[in-house]
Write a protein that binds this ligand. Structure first.
Ligand SMILES: Nc1ncnc2c1ncn2[C@@H]1O[C@H](COP(=O)(O)OP(=O)(O)OP(=O)(O)O)[C@@H](O)[C@H]1O
Ligand SMILES: [Mg+2]
Length: 263
């Protein structure tokens, strides 16, 4: 390694070490409350719109199961959400999980990162408008992280929006700056839930998944074939991604009335 490269690496490492020492939760900025349009959140986000519903209860079970996977020696703090193909319910599932975790009685701080740099719509689902910059700009420019984190208005939940679609999303997600960013954010939030594009059409979930603690695969019931899911799992395995589990969406339950009474 040349002397200049070595010096640059040292400067980057020193910068990272300095940033890591900053106090916990120091990066969250408050945005103008007018941006959140009085909680105009998509009703599919049931953990917010109907937290007592049987579906919301399923997200609480998921939260419990995820917590039980985590141990002191191997904590699970960075959790990606992906699926084999598009439109299986990744974003809505991820948001429901993030809100359910934010509602945790232990008051955990949750960051929802929109890392679907190709088709970002998380801020719209949360009813947040006028996003000027997000992960995409942060990875390309010398922006401060304070400028892109948004308080959602939901207690304990912060959003890192995707920003404008870049030309090279996979390269940005594979960059050293992305690793650095994850490391900084891990020190400032209890959990980071990361929305990603689907596995089969693009490489982004593989690139990102290998840098985080694991991925949850969303599978749309009655649509995505078993061999398609297996192929996606194979691609994630090849990329060194830990698959934490699977969530089925669009499942229709026909529960007898007496069961609802206990939920
Ligand atoms: N659990 C669910 N049950 C039924 N429908 C759902 C569920 N989750 C999401 N949907 C619906 O499915 C559609 C796609 O949802 P979503 O945007 O979350 O999918 P996605 O996998 O993130 O899509 P993309 O691949 O485009 O990012 C939306 O219309 C949403 O309302
Ligand atoms: Mg999505």
């Amino acid at each position: 390694m040349g002397k200049i490269t070595e010096a640059l690496k040292k400067v980057a490492e020193d910068r990272l070490a300095r940033m890591d020492k900053k106090p916990q939760h120091s990066y969250v900025v408050t945005v103008d409350p007018k941006l959140t349009k009085d909680f105009n959140i998509d009703p599919h986000v049931v953990a917010f719109s109907d937290p007592a519903s049987p579906v919301s209860e399923q997200y609480k079970i998921l939260r419990t199961n995820l917590m039980s996977l985590s141990s002191k020696t191997k904590p699970i703090k960075t959790i990606g959400i992906t699926s084999a193909i598009h439109n299986e319910g990744k974003t809505i599932t991820g948001l429901n999980l993030a809100i359910t975790m934010a509602h945790d009685l232990n008051k955990k701080s949750i960051l929802f990162m929109d890392a679907d740099l190709r088709k970002s719509r998380v801020h719209k689902i949360l009813g947040i408008e006028n996003i000027e910059a997000g992960l995409s700009e942060y990875l390309q420019d010398s922006l401060s992280i304070d400028n892109i984190l948004i308080k959602t208005g939901i207690e304990n939940l912060t959003l890192l929006p995707a920003g404008k679609g870049p030309k090279n999303p996979a390269e940005l997600l594979a960059s050293y700056r992305m690793k650095e960013t994850l490391s900084i954010l891990k020190n400032n939030f209890d959990y980071i839930i990361i929305d990603t594009p689907p596995v089969i059409p693009v490489t982004d979930p593989g690139v990102l998944g290998s840098q985080i603690d694991g991925m949850i695969m969303v599978v749309q019931a009655g649509r995505t074939q078993r061999n398609v899911v297996q192929h996606a799992k194979h691609l994630l395995d090849q990329a060194g991604v830990k698959v934490l589990g699977y969530i089925m969406t669009s499942v229709e339950y026909h529960l007898p009335q007496y069961l609802y009474r206990y939920m």
